[in-house]
Design a protein around this ligand. Structure first.
Ligand code: SAH
Length: 349
């Protein structure tokens, strides 16, 4: 598969744009809705499968468009809870990782937004080799479409928490949110979409102005700027205080409770005092803190906080009036830190 720059990737187009394209081609506007449905409801991968479209029009479509997809390369299935980790190959040859998880409230998929990442967070495996490229909206959608086809199950929730920084691929991610929640397509509720960011402050303001009903999750991981800088280079650009301000703005626009992710690293950010500082930072903001015992990667010597430290941290937050949960580990038997399966696959090649 090569990146095809001459043809338009039809799966990235809004219905209105597809209508324009068809009118330009001298076709009837209503054809766009039919085609949109083939792409986003039936998940076809070729124009020939669009059986209510004439052969002649299918040929014309073929000349002008491609249907952007990702190709399943590998899937690991947990025997414990049915979690599946996928490796998909994208145009240009690189690989990305996605995860399917079963919860009582429905099935959830964690998708990658970039192949690789350039944010450089110290504990994260996805950033070790830098950024390869931004994923297109079609490639974000297709991670979900392929997983629905592969599992024969419906996916009701999506988290943008795989490789990559969603707000560093802003335009494609916006397009993805619009398309996945389009009532003529998959029609996913925006309330079931979570976007996780390391905190690109100006982009948080942009996103807030879209007034989506999605959940914003912030990877905070520290309760002071100095510690945060040790873990996340982006902290040299934007302070925690600026992030909190942006979150308040997001809440004022969308009335959606903010999630803060906090990976607990032994002796780095997991003391009771830090929990107390964290509670102080988010005071007055309608939010929830998701504690994640750090998943150690072999390239770095970070150590996971022990159970006692995690429980103490959580208790201290709650004592200070802040909601907190510890993230449940899924697919323990196929688990590696996020991005490790991708790295392994790349290294084997
Ligand atoms: N770039 C975005 C989304 C991808 S990472 C972001 O930074 O939010 C999704 C979450 O997993 C982030 O909170 C990230 O900090 C966290 N994460 C990455 N590697 C981790 C590891 N080894 N252990 C625990 N959490 C990790």
């Amino acid at each position: 598969m090569d990146l095809n720059l001459e043809k338009i990737d039809i799966k990235t187009l809004y219905l209105s744009e597809l209508e324009e394209q068809l009118l330009e081609m001298g076709e009837k506007k209503f054809r766009a809705k039919q085609i949109f449905k083939w792409l986003h409801v039936f998940y076809v991968e070729s124009f020939d499968e669009m059986t209510d479209i004439s052969k002649k029009l299918r040929e014309k479509l073929e000349e002008k468009f491609i249907i952007g997809t990702v190709k399943k390369e590998k899937a690991l299935i947990s025997q414990i809870d049915g979690t599946r980790k996928y490796i998909f190959r994208v145009a240009g040859g690189s690989v990305i990782e996605s995860v399917f998880m079963k919860y009582h409230h429905g099935n959830s998929v964690c998708i990658s937004t970039q192949s690789g990442c350039r944010m450089g967070c110290k504990f994260c495996a996805s950033t070790l080799n830098g950024l390869d490229r931004n994923l297109l909206a079609s490639e974000l959608l297709d991670q979900i479409y392929q997983i629905e086809k592969d599992t024969d199950e419906k996916v009701s929730n999506v988290v943008l928490m795989g490789s990559g920084e969603p707000l560093d691929n802003y335009d494609n991610v916006i397009r993805f949110i619009d398309l996945i929640s389009d009532e003529n397509g998959k029609n996913m509720s925006q309330r079931n979409i979570t976007l996780s960011t390391c905190g690109l402050v100006p982009r948080i303001y942009d996103l807030a102005k879209k007034k989506y009903q999605i959940t914003l999750a912030i990877s905070l991981h520290a309760s002071d700027n100095e510690t945060r800088k040790e873990l996340m280079p982006i902290a040299n650009r934007y302070s925690i205080e600026e992030i909190i301000e942006a979150c308040k703005y997001y809440y004022s626009m969308n009335k959606r409770r903010i999630t803060f992710e906090y990976s607990l690293v032994a002796s780095v950010n997991d003391s009771k005092n830090e929990a107390k500082k964290l509670a102080g930072l988010v005071k007055g903001l309608n939010c929830h803190i998701n504690l994640i015992p750090v998943n150690p990667i072999k390239e770095r010597d970070f150590v996971q906080s022990n159970k006692e430290a995690v429980n103490n941290f959580k208790a201290m937050l709650e004592r200070n009036g802040v909601n907190a949960t510890v993230r449940r580990e899924m697919g323990r038997d196929i688990n590696g830190a996020c991005g490790q399966l991708r790295n392994e696959t790349m290294n084997q090649e």
